[in-house]
Design a binder for this molecule. Structure first.
Ligand code: ADP
Ligand code: MG
Ligand code: MG
Ligand code: MG
Length: 435
């Protein structure tokens, strides 16, 4: 019998509850008596089960009606699972390479891969659950970076993923009506959006109830940042941009804990925060997490120097941005089929430079905003509710606070001076100097 109203799964009840779910049973084997179920969720919000049967394995992710990290005192709509499912289907379609068009610079289009999302087997809206591909032997990128592993493909894969999903979800590419319908669909993800709005842009800059930081070591710096007028104004300008500039469908939570990797493959998971927002948001969040990894390396040097790892991470930042730009420009030239910067104004009048001028301006504003989003993302991971394992796993609190303080100062620089920063070389040099 099917449970119609929502009920949270457990490792014990899952085989009986999902045994008749054909897309799962047909993939892993119908004999539930040999299903092995483990709950592996390490995120802040949801349950994640790995289910292994006689013929295979799958992942079952289920939302809970509250924030897992905090408990049932903080209710959160089950509908986030619906948004995660719909974001995954859109990302799957959008993350693919474009056509190679002769006569245009080919960008990255001829290369087949790039990050993609896990395959979806089944979605049950009432139970707020998604059955999906079990990514194995993939591990969470954040964990790999903490362990000092250098993944060769992440920068390229992630740069391509962001350019493709963000460009193709915008009015640069979509039919105006399709985009508006999609915008309306995801506008209902308001509670998750509210979490981002408050946790990222506001809470870090005052004594919000759920904040925490390494104390007393950071108390002085925290007080300084809360009194920093320029920083608070900039953070609110960024919040306004996030809330009001519904430019494209964002992943919305694109940190290194939402990326699973092997040496050869990159997978992006967990888009439950998906909402229409500025292109620069996903890019800034992703780069911020590489910079935080950079500043956290000092705390993980017990087994040897992390000099090479630090150099690798700054290289990842530079390559991710460069691949993003190149692929975005390629899509601009080859897939600009939406209502913005229409070809009738430029190419179709024989003016090939007009749209290139517009592209320059467009990329420049992504750059400026990306830096700001990166800055506040760094702050909220050290001062707010949701911290990063990169710093959290540094047990010595003085050592941890030292790493965090450097990252905080770096983040402040990005957020406040973003309009006058000209290159990643300049920023990476600053990161090395601070380090
Ligand atoms: P949350 O929304 O609660 O953060 P995530 O989707 O990030 O949940 O998943 C939590 C953890 O479960 C991940 O960090 C990862 O270890 C594991 N996980 C999630 N999806 C998969 C998958 N498709 N394959 C393998 N492991 C997964
Ligand atoms: Mg997660
Ligand atoms: Mg303490
Ligand atoms: Mg999540």
């Amino acid at each position: 019998t099917k449970t119609l109203s929502f009920e949270a799964l457990s490792a014990e009840t899952l085989p009986q509850r999902l045994g008749n779910t054909e897309p799962l049973a047909s993939r892993i084997g119908a004999d539930t008596s040999c299903w092995k179920v483990r709950e592996v969720g390490d995120g802040n919000l949801n349950l994640v089960f790995i289910v292994e049967g006689a013929e295979g394995a799958a992942v079952v992710k289920q939302a809970l009606p509250y924030v897992r990290l905090v408990g049932d005192s903080w209710p959160l709509p089950l509908k986030r699972s619906f948004f995660e499912y719909h974001a995954l289907t859109r990302q799957k379609a959008r993350a693919i390479p474009g056509k190679v068009v002769t006569g245009f610079p080919s960008g990255m289009a001829e290369k087949k891969t790039g990050a993609i999302v896990p395959e979806i087997y089944h979605f049950d809206e009432a139970q707020a659950l998604i059955v999906m591909e079990y990514l194995s032997p993939h591990i969470i990128l954040r964990k790999a970076l903490i362990d000092g592993r250098q993944l060769p493909k992440i920068a390229r894969d992630l740069g391509l993923f962001m350019a493709r999903t963000l460009f193709r979800g915008s009015d640069l590419h979509m039919k105006a009506r399709d985009r508006k319908e999609d915008l309306a669909l995801f506008a209902d993800n308001a509670e998750l959006c509210d979490i981002t709005e408050n946790l990222v842009f506001t809470d870090p800059y005052f004594a919000a109830p759920m904040n925490r930081h390494t104390s007393p070591q950071l108390d002085g710096l925290v007080a300084e940042l809360r009194a920093d007028r320029d920083l608070k104004v900039e953070a609110q300008r960024l919040k306004h941009l996030f809330a009001a500039n519904a430019e494209t469908l964002l992943h919305g939570d694109l940190h290194t804990g939402s990326i699973m990797v092997t040496d050869g493959e990159t997978r992006v998971i967990d888009p439950e925060f998906a909402v229409y927002g500025p292109i620069a948001f996903d890019v800034g969040m992703a780069l911020a997490n590489f910079w935080m990894s950079f500043f956290s390396q000092r705390g993980h040097e017990n087994a040897g120097s992390r000099d090479a790892m630090r150099a690798y991470l700054l290289g990842v930042v530079a390559e991710t941005w460069s691949v993003f730009r190149t692929e975005f420009a390629h899509l601009w030239r080859t897939e600009r089929t939406g209502m913005l910067y229409h070809r009738s104004l430029f190419e179709e009048q024989g003016d090939t430079f007009g749209s290139e001028q517009a592209l320059d301006r467009f990329l420049h504003s992504i750059w400026t905003d990306m830096l700001g989003f990166a800055g506040v993302e760094i702050h909220r991971r050290i001062l707010g509710l949701a911290h990063n394992a990169d710093f959290e796993t540094i047990e010595n609190e003085d050592l941890r606070a030292g790493c965090e303080a450097k990252a905080l100062k770096f983040g402040r620089h990005l957020a406040v001076n973003r309009h006058t920063i000209h290159s990643l070389d300049e920023i990476n040099a600053l990161a090395e100097l601070i380090e």
